[in-house]
Design a protein around this ligand. Structure first.
Ligand SMILES: Nc1ncnc2c1ncn2[C@@H]1O[C@H](COP(=O)(O)OP(=O)(O)OP(=O)(O)O)[C@@H](O)[C@H]1O
Length: 228
């Protein structure tokens, strides 16, 4: 699903930062992967490269067998349709209702309106928000807002979900609910890659753990914990 070959990412500025150094990685279809490591280790940079928000300074990246370096700018929106994103800070449209936030993701790919009307309530029911269709994000708790993000991420049936600290702003119980939702989505075949600082979660779930430090992979375990 995702392959990285000798990938490096350097940010050129007043001070040069080597955010990723010589990363080789293969994530197979259907896997659930945690990216862990201290602040500044390169986790967010790695997720940004996977969704082609940025290009690597060196190396090659394939997602669903497509080279992200060879991809033309105009092809990027089509590529992104296959991917669902979930961020720590939700990034919802605050002036739109829950229903509209999720519908917007389907309208962006020009889904027929009959399909939107059918699928949006079904997905919102799946994430436990069927009573909140006409609420605005500011009327929801953090956990509920993150559920809207998950609904938005899965509504177009993506092959892959990339999440950057999806439970970063949530209390432990709510974090656990959100993670269970992601596990359930993974069970249905969606590949999930999530950066996290949540030690307890990683230790409890025991899935593949890729640990980064100073831009390098220092550990890659099939059923790993937060620390070695
Ligand atoms: N756009 C940018 N320009 C310059 N440097 C950057 C940029 N983005 C990230 N960096 C640097 O790259 C390194 C890796 O950052 P990154 O955000 O990927 O780490 P992280 O592991 O996600 O950290 P955190 O857990 O704090 O989110 C850091 O030294 C950071 O300062």
């Amino acid at each position: 699903m995702i392959q990285l070959f000798n990938v490096s990412k350097t940010y050129e500025g007043e001070v040069k930062v080597e955010a990723l150094r010589d990363i080789n990685l293969h994530i197979k279809r259907g896997e659930f992967v945690f990216l862990v490591g201290p602040s500044g280790a390169g986790k967010s940079t790695l997720t940004r490269l996977m969704i082609r928000e940025e290009l690597p300074s060196k190396g090659q990246i394939l997602v669903d067998n497509r080279s992200l370096l060879r991809m033309k700018e105009r092809e990027v929106p089509y590529f992104r349709r296959k991917i669902g994103f979930i961020f720590q800070d939700f990034r919802l449209l605050m002036e739109r209702t829950v229903y509209e936030n999720v519908a917007f993701a389907m309208e962006a790919i020009e889904a027929p309106s009959s399909e939107v009307r059918e699928r949006v309530p079904a997905v919102l029911e799946l994430v436990g928000l069927k009573d909140k269709l006409s609420a605005y994000p500011h009327q929801l708790s953090g956990g509920q807002q993150q559920r809207v993000c998950i609904a938005r991420a899965i509504v177009n049936n993506p092959l892959l979900i990339i999440a950057d600290e999806p439970t970063g702003n949530l209390d432990p119980d709510t974090s656990w609910e959100i993670m269970n939702l992601l596990l359930a989505i993974n069970k249905r075949g969606t590949t999930i890659v999530t950066a996290t600082h949540d030690k307890e979660m990683v230790d409890r779930i025991k899935r593949r753990v890729i640990a980064l430090q100073n831009g390098r992979i220092v550990r890659d375990e099939e059923r790993g914990g937060y620390q070695a």
